[in-house]
Design a protein around this ligand. Structure first.
Ligand SMILES: Nc1nc2c(ncn2[C@@H]2O[C@H](COP(=O)(O)OP(=O)(O)OP(=O)(O)O)[C@@H](O)[C@H]2O)c(=O)[nH]1
Ligand SMILES: [Mg+2]
Length: 342
C-alpha cells in the first residue's frame, strides 16, 4: 500500500522546490522516497526523478503538433496521460512501496474543474495508493485582500474537486513581508478567521467598492463551507518542513503505517510520539514578520562569514541563522532531523 503526496498549486508556488526539499527531508529520516514528475513543461528538474511524464509527452511537442497554446496544450497532456494511464502504472510498479511525491503542473483549472487529474487519482486509489493533496499557495497573497479571497476560493474548489485528504500550505512564508504589510496577524490568514474584517478591507478599495454584494457573497460561501485553513512553509527551514510532514502524515494515515503483520505497534508509537501541533503560527509570525530589529544584524553576520546563497541550498538565497534551516551548503542528514515523525 504505497503512500504519497500530490503536490499541486498555482504556477510558481514552489511545488518543484518543495518536492526536492521534502525528498531530502524524508530520505534523511529513513523513508524511501521517489519523485514522479507529472509536469510536461518541467524543463529544469532539480531532483532525482524516478518517473518523468516527459518520456510520454511534452508540452512543447503538443503545442507544435496541434497548434495549441500553453493552457490548451497542458489540458491535452493530462487527457493523454489519463488515456495512457497504463504507462504510468507500469512505471510505478518498480517503485513498490516507496513513498511517492507527485510533482504536478501549476495550471489551476486542472484541479478545479477539468476531470482528467481527478480520474487519474481515482485509478491510482483503486490500486491502493494512499494520497494526500498538498496544495501550495504563495504566502504573498495574504498581503492583498482580493488575492487572498481568490486563493481561498481556489483552495476550496480544489478540495471539493479532488476529494482527497488535503493540506493547504502558505509557501515561501519567509518572503511574506517583502510584498507589503499584512492587515491582520498571520494567524488571521492561516485560521481563516471572521471574514467580515477582510470584507471591510475589500470594500475599502476603489475597485472592491463596486462589487460589495459579490464580495459579501464570496466571503459567506467560504465561511459556510468552513473547510479552508492553512499551514505555513519555508522550504529551507527544517522545523517548518518537519512539522508540515507531521500534519501530512496524519492527514494521509501514514502515521498508522501499512498495518502489515508485526506492524501493529506503530499505532501506539504514532499516537505517543506526540506533539501533533503544527508550529505555532505566532512563532512563524515572530520569525518572519516581526523581525525588523534582527534582520540587519543577521545580514551583517552572514556577510562576515561569507555564508550567503550557495550551491547546496534548495533555494538560492541568504541563510538565516536565527532559525535552524538546513543551510546553504548543507543537505539534511539524519542527525539534523527530529526523530518523532519516524
Ligand atoms: N524564499 C523562498 N523561495 C522559494 C520557496 N519555495 C520555492 N521558492 C522559489 O520559488 C520559485 C518557484 O519555485 P518552483 O518550485 O519552480 O515553483 P513551481 O510551483 O514548481 O512552479 P511551476 O512548476 O512553474 O508551476 C523558485 O525560484 C524557488 O526557489 C521558499 O520556501 N522560500
Ligand atoms: Mg514546478
Amino acid at each position: 500500500m504505497p503512500f504519497g503526496q500530490l503536490v499541486v498549486g498555482p504556477p510558481g508556488s514552489g511545488k518543484t522546490t518543495y518536492c526536492w526539499g521534502a525528498y531530502q527531508f524524508l530520505t534523511a529520516i529513513g523513508r524511501k522516497v521517489s519523485i514522479v514528475n507529472i509536469d510536461p513543461a518541467n524543463d529544469h528538474i532539480p531532483y532525482p526523478c524516478a518517473v518523468n511524464i516527459a518520456d510520454l509527452i511534452t508540452l512543447d511537442d503538443v503545442m507544435d503538433e496541434f497548434g495549441l497554446g500553453p493552457n490548451g496544450g497542458m489540458m491535452y497532456c493530462m487527457e493523454y496521460l489519463e488515456k495512457n494511464l497504463d504507462w504510468l502504472i507500469e512505471k510505478l510498479k518498480p517503485l513498490k512501496d516507496d513513498y511517492i511525491l507527485f510533482d504536478f503542473p501549476g495550471q489551476v483549472e486542472l484541479f478545479t474543474h477539468h476531470n482528467s487529474v481527478k480520474n487519474i487519482l481515482e485509478q491510482l486509489q483503486k490500486i491502493n495508493y494512499r494520497l494526500v493533496t498538498v496544495h501550495l499557495v504563495d504566502a504573498h497573497y495574504c498581503t492583498d485582500p482580493a488575492k487572498f479571497i481568490s486563493v481561498l476560493l481556489l483552495s476550496l474548489k480544489t478540495m471539493l474537486q479532488l476529494e482527497l485528504p488535503h493540506v493547504n500550505v502558505l509557501s515561501k512564508v519567509d518572503l511574506i513581508e517583502t510584498y507589503g504589510k499584512l492587515n491582520f496577524s498571520l494567524e488571521y490568514y492561516t485560521e481563516v478567521m471572521d471574514l467580515s474584517y477582510l470584507l471591510e478591507s475589500l470594500n475599502a478599495d476603489a475597485f472592491g467598492k463596486k462589487y460589495q454584494s459579490l464580495n459579501k457573497a464570496l466571503c459567506e460561501l467560504i465561511e459556510d463551507f468552513s473547510l479552508v485553513g492553512f499551514y505555513t512553509l519555508c522550504v529551507e527551514e527544517k522545523d517548518s518542513m518537519a512539522k508540515l510532514q507531521q500534519v501530512i502524515d496524519k492527514a494521509g494515515g501514514f502515521v498508522f503505517g501499512a498495518l502489515t503483520e508485526g506492524n501493529e505497534s506503530i499505532m501506539l508509537t504514532a499516537m505517543k510520539s506526540g506533539n501533533w501541533q503544527h508550529e505555532d503560527v505566532r512563532d512563524v509570525q515572530e520569525k518572519w514578520i516581526d523581525n525588523d530589529n534582527n534582520a540587519d544584524e543577521d545580514t551583517e553576520n552572514e556577510a562576515l562569514q561569507g555564508n550567503i546563497g550557495g550551491m547546496g541550498g534548495i533555494i538560492n538565497r541568504a541563510v538565516d541563522k536565527r532559525s535552524n534551516r538546513f543551510g546553504a551548503s548543507k543537505e539534511f542528514t539524519e542527525n539534523d532531523v527530529p526523530r518523532r515523525i519516524m
